[in-house]
Write a new protein. Structure first.
Length: 97
């Protein structure tokens, strides 16, 4: 696990906006590495993306409805659509307010 410190509890103190903003940062790194054909960085960012998404889904504070949305998100990253980046960006903006 690359995010051991977060998995040890810090992640579960963040708001949903902060969590998904961080997930979105890894998603952005994936897209950037994909554009550069940098397979090593892409794979690293992909693993971190999945880890953070799994941590968010496992957060006991979120309702079943939120978890369903996150599980659908897991299915929709295939092909790495740019509009998914817009989804994450909204959470990053909200977290900064």
């Amino acid at each position: 696990m690359q995010h051991q410190e977060l998995a040890n509890g810090r992640w579960f103190t963040m708001s949903i906006a902060e969590q998904l903003g961080n997930v979105g940062s890894e998603y952005s790194r994936m897209l950037s590495a994909k554009k550069r054909n940098d397979e090593v960085r892409f794979n690293s960012a992909f693993v971190r993306f999945l880890e953070l998404l799994d941590l968010t889904i496992s957060d006991p504070r979120w309702s079943i409805h939120r978890k369903r949305e996150l599980l659908r998100l897991c299915e929709s990253y295939e092909g790495f659509p740019l509009d998914l980046q817009k989804y994450f960006d909204q959470f990053a903006i909200l977290a900064r307010k």
